[in-house]
Design a protein around this ligand. Structure first.
Ligand SMILES: NC(=O)c1ccc[n+]([C@@H]2O[C@H](COP(=O)([O-])OP(=O)(O)OC[C@H]3O[C@@H](n4cnc5c(N)ncnc54)[C@H](OP(=O)(O)O)[C@@H]3O)[C@@H](O)[C@H]2O)c1
Length: 320
């Protein structure tokens, strides 16, 4: 496993990390999740990504159980705040009140005294930037979090947070967490990457396999137990379009020639970007985790010619 610095901070994260969304507490029960986390840790993963909304807090609780017995100092644990998790008009968003209540709940769920990374899950137009940056600075000074960041914010919103922090002598964000994969790359490459590079903000990117579609598992239908087969995930089924599947078939041919799997190709393609500190993967089974961990080696052997072939397979296709 290789480790990369998170932006200009001194924190090092494994270039492949593991997240708990959809899996822990939904598809994966506690014993299986514990196995996944232990295996990930054994293989060198140090960064584990969570959010207060995942499985209504259950994912954080499972993470807390799984890390019992592991050295806390060796782990980089995150959570996120923004979505509705508490009753009342103030039970969501990025106000000082909700952020403070949500961090307390996350710490309790995970049984830890601090989080290494704390993400604002989305931008909140109802909270003044100064209130948010002051709240994050306070949480850092109280020792409840070590670094803070944003997720799926526009480049100008990240710049605003950074500017407000500099203006008032507060602590700026260290990390942004956007969706980034072979299909969904334009927004990140055109605006977030240049801005984050300039500001020294690291990227931890999510959904590298486009919910599994880039693995090729949906090329001939929807396998039982997969994310697209889950009742509440009709929006994933909607993404399995003939156009995308045709591209995945072409990418599969490139992967076959390189003697790697389509999943490894998709993750290796992200790892080649130096702006990315960590690719946050998801796995519902140990075999998936092991396969995805092989991307690190695949990336080391990826040549410019291979990258050209990948872009040729994508053609003009790209989403936001
Ligand atoms: N900040 C945000 O707003 C945000 C949003 C989304 C995700 N995230 C973070 O990013 C993490 C990863 O996102 P994601 O789960 O959407 O990633 P993803 O890589 O796009 O999808 C992961 C899913 O694909 C399937 N899969 C993974 N590896 C596979 C393999 N080798 N072969 C076959 N199937 C495989 C598994 O689902 P099945 O087995 O069910 O098919 C797995 O759960 C999340 O856990 C979360 O921490 C953050």
């Amino acid at each position: 496993m290789h480790y990369r610095r998170l932006g200009h901070s001194g924190l090092k994260v494994s270039e492949i990390s593991l997240g708990s969304w959809v899996t822990f507490g939904t598809q994966v029960d506690e014993p299986a999740a514990v196995n996944l986390i232990r295996e990930a840790y054994e293989q060198g993963i140090n960064f584990f990504d969570n959010a207060d909304v995942y499985a209504n807090g259950k994912a954080e609780e499972i993470m807390g159980q799984a890390i019992k017995g592991l050295p806390r100092e060796a782990l980089v644990l995150s959570s996120k705040v923004f979505g509705a998790t508490m009753p009342g008009i103030n039970g969501r968003g990025l106000s000082r009140k909700h952020v403070t209540e949500s961090i307390h709940a996350s710490l309790k769920h995970m049984g830890t005294e601090y989080l290494d990374l704390y993400f604002c899950h989305r931008y909140d137009p109802d909270t003044p930037m100064e209130e948010l940056v002051r709240t994050m600075t306070d949480l850092i000074q109280q020792g409840k979090i070590l670094y803070w960041g944003t997720s799926e914010w526009e480049a100008w919103q990240v710049m605003e947070a950074h500017g407000v922090a500099r203006q008032y002598g507060l602590i700026p964000p260290t990390v942004e967490q956007p969706q980034y994969n072979l299909f969904h790359r334009k927004r990140v490459e055109d605006s977030l990457m240049p801005v984050c590079r300039d500001l020294g903000i690291g990227l931890t990117t999510f959904s590298p396999l486009y919910h599994g579609i880039l693995t090729g598992k949906y090329n001939d239908g929807i396998p039982q137990g997969s994310r697209a087969s889950l009742e509440d995930y009709g929006w994933v089924r909607d993404r399995i379009t003939p156009e995308r599947i045709a591209i995945v078939r072409k990418l599969t041919e490139v992967a076959r020639d390189l003697e790697i799997t389509p999943s490894q190709l998709a993750i290796a393609w992200i790892l080649r970007r130096k702006e990315v500190a960590s690719v946050i993967t998801g796995a519902s089974r140990l075999e998936q985790l092991d396969e995805n961990l092989g991307s690190a080696e695949a990336y080391e052997h990826l040549t410019e010619v291979d990258i050209d072939r990948i872009f040729a397979a994508l053609g003009n296709y790209q989403e936001q």
